[in-house]
Design a protein around this ligand. Structure first.
Ligand code: GLN
Length: 455
C-alpha cells in the first residue's frame, strides 16, 4: 500500500471511532495527506525514504507543531499556532512520519486521567466508562484504538507509563536529556521528557531511534551517541539480574494488580533472569517531594501566560494588573491553578527551606537508593500503577487520590532514569495491567532487552 492509502485508512479509522474515544483534540487530514504524498513521490522517484516513512502518528498537544494549533488542552492557548516545530516533530517529519492529529491530554500535562483537559474527556478503548490514564491519555488511547500506529507523549511523573499501562500498550520515558525538550511546552523542566508509545516494544525502539539525540537548542540535552535500539531486542534473559522493588508491593496496591505483576516476575525468571529483591526505602517520600518540586517549577514556567506574550487575553480589563489577573483566572483550569498556588507558596521566601529545599534533598536520597540498587541489578521492575484504569469522574474531584496513583512512576523522574511500561496481563475486570521496567541512566538497552523478551 502507498503512504497515501495508509494515511487514508488511519483517517477513516479516526472518523469511525474517535467520536467515542476522543483521543484527538485536532485531526489534521490535510497535513497527513500532504506528508504521505511526499513519501509516495520519493518512492516513485527512487529516493531514500526515512525509517518512519508513511507511519501514521499522533502527537501530544503540548509538542509544538509549526502551523498547527498546540493548545496543551488549555483555554489560555486555545488559538496558539506555533511558528516553529519542536525538535522531535522536525525529526519525525524528516523521518517521513505522517502526523494524523494532536492528542488530548490533561491541561498542561497536570493530571493522571486526561480529565483536566479544558476541551474533552478521552475514554479508555478497553472500557469507555474508564479513563485512559494521563496526562498523555489521548496519545495512549489513539494507539490502543488503532487510530495511529505510534504516538508521542510526555512524562513528568508518569504521564507516558501510566496511560500505557491503562490502555494495554507499550510506553517509554527515556533518560532525562536523551530526547530534546525544545518545543515541548514546559511543565516541570527538570522532570519533563518526551517519549514513544507503540503496540510493541520494537515500535517504541524505532520511534526512539528517530527522536533521541543531542540538540543544541536544549541546554539539558545530553551529548551522547544514540545506538540503534532495535539491536537490543533479543529473545532471552540469561544472566540478567532483575530487581523487584519491595516497597512497591505494599500499601495501596490493588490485589489483582499485585497478582498479575507477580506472574510477570515469574515469567521473567522462566526466561532466565535472576530475580533479586531490592529495597528502596525512600520511595515512599517520592510523591510528597514531587508535588513540591513539580508545582514549584510549574509556577515559574506558567508565569509567561500573562495575556501579553502568549495565548488568550481578556478584552475588557481596565488596567494592566487586572488584565493579567483576569486572563489567568479565565484561561487556567482548576488543577493548573492549584499547582500554581502550591508552587508559589512552596517557593516563597519564608518557606523555601522547609519545602522546596527539603524536597530536593529527598530527591537526592531517592537517586541514591537507585544508585545502590543498580550496583546489584541490571533493571528494576514494579507495577506501573497501583491500580488499573479507574472510572471517569471517580478520582476527578479528589486530587490526593489522583496524586497517589503516581506512586511507582514518580521516583523514576526524580532520578532522571529511563522507564517503560509493558502490558503484562489483565486484572479481574479484564483491564490491562502494566509492568514497569526501570534502567540506570542511559541504559535503555537493558530495558528494551528485558521488555522485548517478556512481551
Ligand atoms: N500525574 C502526574 C501529575 O499530575 C504526572 C503528570 C505528568 O507526568 N505529566 O503531575
Amino acid at each position: 500500500r502507498s503512504a497515501t492509502e495508509i494515511a487514508q485508512e488511519a483517517l477513516k479509522r479516526i472518523d469511525s471511532v474517535d467520536a467515542k474515544v476522543n483521543s484527538f483534540l485536532l485531526v489534521t487530514p490535510e497535513h497527513a495527506l500532504a506528508q504521505a504524498k511526499q513519501v509516495d513521490d520519493k518512492i516513485a522517484a527512487g529516493e531514500d525514504i526515512g525509517p518512519l516513512a508513511g507511519i501514521p502518528i499522533g502527537v501530544k498537544d503540548n509538542i509544538c507543531t509549526q502551523g498547527t494549533k498546540t493548545t496543551c488542552a488549555s483555554k489560555i492557548l486555545e488559538n496558539f499556532v506555533p511558528p516553529y516545530n519542536a525538535t522531535v516533530n522536525q525529526k519525525l517529519l524528516d523521518a517521513g512520519a505522517v502526523m494524523v492529529g494532536k492528542t488530548n491530554m490533561d491541561e498542561f500535562a497536570m493530571g493522571g486521567s486526561t480529565e483536566t483537559s479544558a476541551f474533552k474527556k478521552t475514554a479508555n478503548p478497553w472500557n469507555t466508562d474508564c479513563v485512559p490514564g494521563g496526562s498523555s491519555g489521548g496519545s495512549a488511547a489513539a494507539v490502543a484504538a488503532d487510530e495511529c500506529v505510534v504516538s508521542l507523549g510526555s512524562d513528568t511523573g508518569g504521564s507516558i507509563r501510566q496511560p500505557a499501562s491503562f490502555c494495554g500498550i507499550v510506553g517509554m520515558k527515556p533518560t532525562y536529556g536523551l530526547v530534546s525538550r525544545f518545543g515541548l511546552v514546559a511543565f516541570a523542566s527538570s522532570l519533563d521528557q518526551i517519549g514513544p508509545f507503540g503496540r510493541s516494544v520494537e515500535d517504541c525502539a524505532v520511534l526512539l531511534n528517530t527522536i533521541a539525540g543531542h540538540d543544541p537548542k536544549d541546554s539539558t540535552s545530553l551529548k551522547v551517541e544514540v545506538p540503534d535500539y532495535t539491536t537490543f531486542l533479543k529473545p532471552d534473559l540469561k544472566g540478567k539480574k532483575v530487581g523487584v522493588i519491595k516497597e512497591t508491593f505494599g500499601e495501596g496496591l490493588d490485589s489483582s494488580v499485585a497478582a498479575v505483576t507477580q506472574k510477570a516476575i515469574d515469567q521473567l525468571k522462566d526466561l532466565g533472569a535472576e530475580i533479586v529483591e531490592i529495597s528502596c526505602p525512600t520511595f515512599r517520600y517520592g510523591i510528597a517531594a514531587y508535588y513540591i518540586i513539580a508545582p514549584s517549577e510549574a509556577s515559574a514556567n506558567l508565569a509567561r501566560y500573562d495575556g501579553v506574550k502568549y495565548g488568550n487575553r481578556v478584552e475588557d480589563a481596565s488596567n494592566l494588573l487586572e488584565m493579567y489577573m483576569e486572563t489567568r483566572a479565565k484561561g487556567f483550569g482548576a488543577e493548573v491553578k492549584r499547582r500554581i498556588m502550591i508552587g508559589t507558596y512552596a517557593l516563597s521566601s519564608g518557606y523555601y527551606d522547609a519545602y522546596y529545599l527539603k524536597a530536593q534533598k529527598v530527591r537526592t536520597l531517592i537517586k541514591q537508593d537507585f544508585d545502590k540498587a543498580f550496583e546489584k541489578v541490571d533493571v528494576l521492575v514494579s507495577p506501573t500503577a497501583p491500580t488499573t484504569a479507574f472510572k471517569l469522574d471517580e478520582k476527578f474531584s479528589d486530587p490526593l487520590s489522583m496524586y497517589l496513583n503516581d506512586l511507582m512512576t514518580i521516583p523514576v523522574n526524580l532520578a532522571g532514569l529511563p522507564g517503560m511500561s509493558v502490558p503484562c496481563g489483565l486484572d479481574s475486570n479484564g483491564l490491562p495491567v502494566g509492568l514497569q521496567i526501570v534502567g540506570n541512566v542511559l541504559r535503555e538497552d537493558q530495558i528494551f532487552q528485558v521488555a522485548h523478551a517478556f512481551e
